[in-house]
Write a protein that binds this ligand. Structure first.
Ligand code: HEC
Ligand code: HEC
Length: 200
């Protein structure tokens, strides 16, 4: 019994250690310039600048590397990640993950359609429910690096869904998001983005 508890405690310690490679305090220093667009605590005020607060580390690291290598094109961020090494990127991710996202609201006239798409998908168009990968409350799946969506600016979410649809953003594994976004109309994208903004 005791051996089991010690073994469990040990494996928890090891896995926590392996996961917490980034240093949030160092990341705070290294992300000062990012605050101009993303907000000092990762809660941006402009709708097309994504909130980063509370996002999982795995997803943040993946996106920073993709933006740095231009696999994901973000012209607004030209030069921002130049010279940042893996440790810098892990530290910055740890900092934003440690912050709390400040959510927004769902527009009353978008609630019904948005909620239905988010929770149930659209069976007639074979659109999977967003909950399957992003969680019932939009919290994402941190171990897999699936992003949290809840509380994100609707304008940013809309822009990403349209970028997946036009295949201008292509770094989603196995075309997961491109396949879904290809089947969504503008009206549906607007509704689900508004729903997500108020979901947290
Ligand atoms: C001049 C404004 C600006 C600055 C400064 C900036 N960013 Fe960004 N960032 C953006 C925009 C705009 C996007 C979204 C682009 C898009 O629509 O795909 C973005 C996207 C991101 C994303 C992807 C978010 C997601 O949910 O997929 C990460 C991570 C990120 N930025 C990190 C950083 C870091 C770290 C810094 C500082 C080293 C930084 N940014 C500086 C404007 C900025
Ligand atoms: C099969 C799993 C899966 C389903 C179902 C799914 N997603 Fe995603 N989604 C992902 C993954 C994985 C990513 C991250 C892609 C990457 O690594 O760049 C993502 C990324 C996103 C992003 C970009 C987040 C950001 O911060 O830039 C948005 C927005 C999004 N999904 C919305 C939705 C919506 C809305 C639905 C339902 C209509 C949905 N997703 C259904 C797996 C899924």
């Amino acid at each position: 019994m005791n051996k089991l508890i010690i073994g469990l405690a040990l494996s928890l310690t090891i896995s926590t250690y392996a996961y917490a490679a980034g240093d949030a305090a160092a990341g705070k220093e290294k992300s000062v310039a990012c605050g101009a667009c993303h907000g000092a605590d990762g809660n941006s005020e402009v709708g097309t600048f994504p909130k980063l607060a509370g996002q999982n580390e795995k997803y943040l690291i993946k996106q920073m590397l993709a933006i740095q290598s231009d696999e994901r094109s973000v012209p607004e961020m030209a030069g921002q990640l130049d010279g940042k090494n893996e440790q810098d990127i892990e530290d910055i991710a740890a900092y934003y993950t440690s912050k709390k996202i400040l959510g927004g609201k769902t527009a009353a006239d978008q609630l019904e359609l948005g909620q239905s798409i988010y929770r149930s998908g659209i069976a007639s168009k074979q659109v999977a429910a967003c909950t399957a990968c992003h969680g019932a409350k939009g919290q994402g799946l941190p171990t897999a690096g699936y992003p949290a969506l809840s509380g994100q600016h609707a304008a940013y979410t809309e822009k990403q869904l349209k970028s997946f649809r036009t295949v201008s953003r292509t770094n989603d594994p196995n075309s997961m998001m491109r396949d879904i976004a290809a089947r969504l109309s503008d009206v549906e994208i607007k509704a689900v983005a508004s729903y997500i903004q108020g979901l947290y």
